[in-house]
Design a protein around this ligand. Structure first.
Ligand code: 8YV
Length: 320
């Protein structure tokens, strides 16, 4: 049918999500499941009514200003939207939506996985075993640190920050301190709000980052990292550019901090060789929301937003 809105889905989605989109729209799927080039995305601005991009697609202001643009709506698959120039979209009246809530628990689970992996030195231990270097049980080798009673410092107490803190407090007996620009309101677990990132960095045994990224400069700077305890670990499941990655690498290399667990990087999929070489670092390839259930829910929520847009209804998750 030619009267149905033409939609471009930039990456392969789960089957359930693709089916739902295909029933409502004239959809083109990127069959190769590799990121599309900037040229292809620019051309898509002229050829489609809406785009369904992911974190791997940078939608720039220049693209949005493409002569003859047909795109009126961008339904991002992801809660974060730092891949999109939302200010320009807003200015031009291009609607943008995201997929919050459905991935909160899955991402907080990965934050806990990284907190545990880093503090318990899981990667180094597994590597020893897989390398055939395990010579037998030892009482004193490979010891990590317990997180019970330790301080978790949350940078960014939004939905995912709260879900992470709740798990750490209720399930693992951690004490929570946090930095958040505004008052997050009543929390369902005990936590102490501190008035600066520095104060959190100084107090925490584990720092977990939950801020959106996409700013002109990282929110967590080299100076902040320099405030951390030598025994502390840093976990990032948010965006690689939320922290000064070079400063983090330097702090790990010099032993200024004890370890890190990273699911996101400044220039994905590029991961600095220096990080890959250190066995005090646990590295995951941006899998915070990567469960069958959640990726389907994200795709369906993007579809909800598209359907609302083309029916002239309010978007369930409008960000521009
Ligand atoms: C997604 C994420 O997998 O939601 C986000 O912001 O980073 C991940 O959950 C990714 O954005 C896919 O576009």
């Amino acid at each position: 049918q030619t009267d149905r809105p033409r939609i471009l889905v930039t990456r392969k989605l789960t089957e359930a999500a693709e089916q739902r989109l295909a029933t409502r729209f004239d959809v083109q799927f990127n069959a190769s499941d590799t990121p599309m080039s900037a040229e292809a995305l620019t051309q898509a601005m002229r050829d489609f009514d809406a785009l369904v991009p992911t974190v791997s697609d940078r939608i720039t202001g220049e693209m949005l200003r493409t002569e003859g643009r047909r795109v009126r709506m961008i339904a991002n698959v992801g809660v974060g939207f730092s891949n999109i120039d939302v200010a320009t979209a807003q200015e031009l009246g291009v609607a943008v939506s995201n997929t919050p809530d459905v991935l909160t628990d899955a991402t907080a689970d990965i934050a806990l996985l990284l907190i545990l992996a880093s503090t318990r030195r899981a990667y180094a231990a597994e590597k020893t075993l897989r390398d055939g270097a395990w010579t037998g049980f030892s009482v004193v080798d490979g010891l990590g640190t317990s997180i019970q009673g330790k301080v978790l410092g949350i940078i960014g107490m939004g939905r995912i920050g709260q879900a992470t803190a709740k798990r750490a407090a209720a399930g693992f007996g951690m004490e929570v301190v946090f930095y958040n620009r505004s008052d997050p309101g009543a929390l369902s677990f005990p936590a102490r709000r501190l008035d600066s990132i520095d104060a959190v960095m100084q107090a925490a045994d584990v720092v977990s980052v939950h801020v959106p990224g996409g700013g002109a400069a990282p929110l967590v700077t080299a100076e902040h990292i320099a405030q951390m305890k030598p025994s502390a670990h840093l976990v990032n499941t948010a965006r690689g550019d939320s922290i000064d990655q070079a400063a983090l690498v330097a702090a790990l290399q010099s032993g200024r901090i004890a370890g890190a667990g990273l699911d996101v990087f400044a220039d994905e999929p590029h991961v600095p060789e220096a990080l890959r070489a250190m066995d005090t670092v646990t590295l995951l390839p941006h899998v915070g929301s990567a469960t069958q259930e959640v990726r389907t829910a994200m795709g369906l929520l993007a579809a909800d937003n598209l359907e609302a847009f083309f029916a002239g209804r309010d978007l369930p998750c409008r960000v521009a």
